[in-house]
Design a protein around this ligand. Structure first.
Ligand SMILES: CC(C)(COP(=O)(O)OP(=O)(O)OC[C@H]1O[C@@H](n2cnc3c(N)ncnc32)[C@H](O)[C@@H]1OP(=O)(O)O)[C@@H](O)C(=O)NCCC(=O)NCCS
Length: 138
């Protein structure tokens, strides 16, 4: 099986389908379109041209704060190195845009810490950093 990591944004449909495949909440189409439009950089993993089986994107101010988001590989294709390939390209982008002390963040799903540790991310709280906080609007 040959997988291509294509530098492009997913369509709104692909975005919601990929989220649904890993049981994450989906959003209405206009919300997704807005989110994708405001995305700095995105990649889609394709196993056939135009057929999305994974994605990842980078959000932020493109200089000081960059955020990795929505790294997803369809469950039936996980564990084959696709997530790693997606992250490698996102990290290349981050290194291109960032400089010393650029803050690259991500919100890690429960149990996925070791996946990101491989790319140099550390878990919070740590000696230096607080836990980080989140609020989901109702
Ligand atoms: C997390 C995810 C993107 C990983 O993609 P993947 O294609 O299965 O990962 P890979 O096969 O490229 O594995 C890369 C490395 O991470 C490790 N890894 C993969 N999934 C992992 C998991 N769930 N927990 C911990 N480590 C994991 C692998 O063992 C591998 O390590 P190695 O390089 O030492 O062999 C995928 O499991 C996924 O889509 N999960 C659901 C959505 C999600 O939680 N995304 C992350 C948001 S924080």
């Amino acid at each position: 099986m040959s997988i291509n990591i294509v530098v492009r944004k997913p369509t709104a449909k692909e975005y919601n389908e990929l989220r649904l495949s890993v049981q994450w909440p989906t959003y209405d189409e206009n919300t997704v379109r807005c989110a994708l439009q405001n995305t700095l950089y995105a990649v889609v993993a394709e196993d056939e041209p135009g057929l999305a089986i994974g994605m990842g994107r980078v959000l932020g101010d493109d200089a000081i704060y960059l955020h990795i988001q929505d790294v997803i590989v369809r469950p039936e294709l996980q564990g084959k190195g696709i997530g790693k390939a997606i992250m490698n390209i996102l990290m290349d982008y981050v290194h291109t845009r960032g400089s010393k002390n650029t803050n690259v963040g991500l919100m890690c799903s429960k149990g996925r810490e070791s996946f990101y540790a491989g790319f140099g991310f550390i878990a919070r709280p740590s000696e230096k950093f607080g836990a980080g906080m989140i609020r989901l609007l109702s």
